[in-house]
Design a protein around this ligand. Structure first.
Ligand code: AMP
Ligand code: ZN
Length: 471
């Protein structure tokens, strides 16, 4: 590889980012200003995403928008993958589709989950990344990278697995600042017999007949999680790229191991120059997670009454998220969402415009994505724009840099007769105590952006239903 591919030639454009590699806020310069390259680890598609999973998606969407503003929309390549090989997916497929052949069942789980993920994050105002590779499309590349690692003495075959040999990399642990010795000392993890060191991790594992698998020199098997991102990022962004992002929990082991694989396979000093990590979205001080059971899915928040007895529009969820800077924890609460909603209610409907966004907001975002201060400055612009229509364009362009603005209902495509007849059918269903059907109709209308309000006629006591288009 020529040095020109990895040497930083870009100029400083005012962007400073906290780099987990150095734990410092550093001036960002791209390797190549003509192609700024960002990779973010995407979802493992076995279950609906919760609002904590949405945080990296929203945070890095703001970074993507900012980079497009600073470098030009065509000059930024953003890759966010989909992990569609994982033992959690297999387990879900067996549980949900026990009668189907495994491959088909897996296909159903991953399709349903990925479709829902796309729908969810679209509601959160997230732009599509430039590329969205899936792990299953890159198995061949993974086999090739593993061969290289074995050839270079960085990996070995043992116990039906190919393992990365952490001891073969003198500076393993540089991102998380963990030393191999410390891991040994704290060897609470039982050392599996076949591993040379307890920290050695799986690159490839052999599949049994009832597990999904691909042919490889080591037998029919499947890749480990970390190798997926090393291969997909190289394929789209090259051996060394500019920024790699994800949530704080990915620093170790996932990102540490991505770095180990990529650097050893390619013989490079770094995998990405900047590593960015968002803090956790928490509930009562604890990370929101599937395993804690303290989660709300994005879909539940958008379309059901499970949080605070009401639905929450996507733009409220997004604004609430960005009111806290990305490295800090967020306590997820009704108060926070209401605060965001109240702010949005004071903002005018944005207009289409090609003016440049406000320079103060650009500067605030360029300071390690200070989105909380950027929103305050945007609020001041919004208030001005309500008084002075000449300021509407500047406010609109700036709101679009953050991807936040009130969504004003578009009534043009609405078929009022069809809605009225659905409302009537629901009233019938309620009368017949067919609650499931009534709920189905309400959810169906909700997914079309129609919100129902039930009340009683004060004189007759008869049930009345009105509808409105969700803001
Ligand atoms: P997972 O599906 O667990 O691999 O998570 C997908 C992404 O969401 C990763 O970047 C995680 O770091 C991130 N993530 C998971 N839970 C949270 C949380 N509670 N707050 C913020 N980010 C999270
Ligand atoms: Zn990854």
């Amino acid at each position: 590889m020529s040095a020109a591919e990895t040497e930083i030639s870009g100029t400083f454009k005012g962007l400073k980012l906290t780099n987990t590699l150095t734990r410092q806020k550093e001036d960002f310069r791209a390797i190549d200003d003509g192609n700024v390259r960002l990779y973010v680890c995407g979802p493992t598609v076995y279950d609906f995403a919760h609002i904590g999973n949405a945080r990296p998606v929203v945070v890095f969407d703001v970074l993507f928008r900012l980079l497009r503003h600073l470098y030009g929309a065509e000059q930024v390549t953003y890759v966010r993958n989909i992990t569609d090989v994982d033992d959690k997916i297999n387990a879900r497929a067996l549980r949900d589709y026990p009668d189907l052949p495994l491959n088909e069942a897996i296909g159903k789980v991953t399709k349903k989950t990925a479709d829902q993920f796309h729908k969810d994050i679209k509601s959160l105002g997230v732009l599509e990344p430039t590329q969205e590779p899936r792990a299953t499309q890159h198995i061949g590349g993974m086999v090739e990278m593993i061969k290289v690692l074995i050839g270079k003495g960085n990996a070995y075959v043992a116990g039906g697995e190919v393992l990365f040999d952490t001891a073969s990399m003198p500076d393993y642990g540089g991102l998380s600042k963990r030393k191999l010795d410390e891991q040994k000392a704290g060897a609470r993890i039982a050392v599996e017999e076949h591993k040379k060191s307890p920290g050695d991790f799986v690159l490839w594992k052999i599949s049994s007949d009832d597990e999904p698998g691909w042919d490889s020199p080591w037998g029919r098997g499947r890749p480990g999680w970390h190798i997926e991102c090393s291969v997909m990022s190289e394929h789209h962004l090259g051996k060394v790229f500019d920024i790699h992002g994800g949530g704080l929990d990915l620093i170790f082991p996932h990102h540490e191991n991505e770095i180990a694989q990529s650097r050893c396979a390619h013989g490079t000093e770094v995998m990405a120059n900047f590593w960015l990590h968002n803090g956790f979205l928490q509930v009562e001080g604890r990370k929101m997670s599937k395993s804690e059971g303290n989660f709300f899915t994005i879909q539940e928040l958008l379309e059901t009454d499970s949080f605070g007895g009401r639905q929450w529009p996507g733009e409220v969820l997004r604004l609430a998220m960005l009111m806290t800077n990305y490295r800090e924890p967020i306590d997820f609460s009704m108060r926070k969402l209401e605060e965001a909603e109240n702010l949005l209610a004071k903002w005018p409907e944005p207009i289409d415009t090609d003016v440049v966004p406000d320079s103060e907001v650009v500067e605030l975002l360029s300071d390690d994505l200070n989105s909380s201060a950027a929103i305050q400055a945007l609020h001041a612009l919004a208030v001005e724009a309500t008084k002075n229509p000449e300021k509407l364009a500047l406010y609109s362009a700036t709101a679009s840099l953050l991807g936040v603005a009130p969504v004003v209902a578009d009534l043009s495509g609405i078929d009022e007769t069809a809605i009225q007849s659905a409302v009537q059918s629901r009233l019938e269903a309620l009368k017949n105590k067919n609650w499931a059907e009534a709920d189905r109709i309400r959810d169906d209308l909700s997914s079309q952006g129609i919100q129902l309000k039930d009340s009683k006629d004060s004189e007759t006591g008869e049930r009345l239903t009105t509808w409105e288009v969700k803001k």
